[in-house]
Write a protein that binds this ligand. Structure first.
Ligand code: 13P
Ligand code: SF4
Length: 331
């Protein structure tokens, strides 16, 4: 197999990096030469967040992708984030450094089964979380992220019948904070479901002055004991604005990098998962991205996200609705 065939097979450019190459400087040079922007999610490795031109949550990444004037968007995140960028900016080249960066939550919502679920409930509005494939988005009426989900639900008439998918934990949480009774798809994120409530309660006993922060993809018992529930952006904002000095953070540990940068004097304790000796909880898909892969991806402009135009035109409508509602609510 020649080297390019092996790239295709592996889903990323695995060309070895020459010894002594200053990756950060080379990435910067490539970005300038090609008018490329590097956008990174909060769950990326610290060194990737530090070289990114833009770091944010899923909503901010979509908003930035819709307005950037770069010719190339390199999305350091997972596949559905690259797809969302491509759907919003079809004229741009969208790269994801490793095509294997999937999402267990998106995988928990297969097209045929979700389509059948919608057909079984024809009089329902379909809200789906952004952590889905382009095909699922094409079946949806409005997309939400954890930052704007409550605002989107609140924007709908009180008696509207709603299907929400794919995250059952976020769906349950939204039902409780909006007083709705949305019909939920039974999907979940393996990272957020594996936090150990027992270990977090233990940590809280050791650090009674700490606040527990949790992403709404976590299970209900953890959301009940949390002092603050919110998207990555909302949790970060809370740590910046709060006078509290110590936090137990129940979401992917990458977010702690921005929290620490904003407040190096505060203490951030990653919440531990169950059935593991690890002290923190990482998303292995998010962590597939490396500086080496970003360099190779920019150099060879591959792997590229490509979406069938007919599918894109269907998928863009619910995303644009989400962006309009977000703007209306100042999000
Ligand atoms: P945010 O929208 O809060 O960034 O979450 C993205 C995600 O993948 C959570 O697991
Ligand atoms: Fe998907 Fe969970 Fe990873 Fe987020 S943390 S990208 S929801 S698998």
């Amino acid at each position: 197999m020649n080297i390019k065939d092996s790239w295709l097979k592996e889903g990323f450019v695995n060309e070895p990096i020459s010894e002594g190459l200053d990756l950060r400087a080379e990435i910067k040079k490539l970005k300038q030469e090609k008018n490329a922007i590097i956008m990174g999610h909060f769950y990326q490795k610290d060194e990737i967040q530090d070289i990114a031109d833009f770091v944010g949550d899923s909503l901010a990444l979509a908003q930035e992708a819709a307005k950037t004037d770069a010719d190339i968007i390199l999305l350091a995140g997972v596949h559905f984030m690259g797809e969302t960028a491509k759907i919003l900016s079809p004229e741009k080249k969208v790269l994801v450094p490793d095509m294997n960066a999937g999402c267990s939550l998106a995988d928990s919502c297969p097209y045929d089964a979700f389509e059948a679920f919608i057909k079984d409930h024809p009089d329902h509005t379909v809200l789906t979380y952004v952590n889905t494939t382009a095909a699922i988005k094409s079946l949806s009426d409005i997309i939400v992220t954890s930052t704007n989900a409550k605002a989107v639900v609140d924007s709908l008439p009180k008696d509207e019948k709603i299907i929400f998918g794919p995250d059952r934990n976020l769906g349950n949480y939204l039902n409780s904070v909006t007083g709705r009774n949305m019909l939920l798809w039974d999907g979940a994120c393996h990272v957020h479901e594996k936090f150990s409530v027992e270990k977090i309660v233990e940590l809280k006993k050791q650090h009674p002055d700490a606040e527990v922060l949790a992403h709404p993809e976590c299970k209900k018992p953890l959301l009940i004991l949390a002092d603050k529930v919110g998207s990555t952006a909302a949790l970060l904002k809370h740590t910046i604005q709060s006078s509290t000095k110590k936090f137990i953070v129940a979401t992917e540990s990458g977010i702690i990098h921005q929290m620490t940068k904003a407040h190096p004097e505060k203490t951030f304790i990653p919440a531990p998962p169950k059935d593991s000796t690890c002290a923190c909880n990482d998303c292995e898909f998010m962590k597939l991205n490396t500086l080496e892969k970003i360099y190779n991806s920019l150099k060879y402009e591959w792997p590229e996200i490509l979406i069938d135009e007919e599918l894109r035109q269907k998928a863009v409508k619910p995303i644009v609705k989400m962006l309009e509602i977000s703007e209306r609510y100042g999000l």
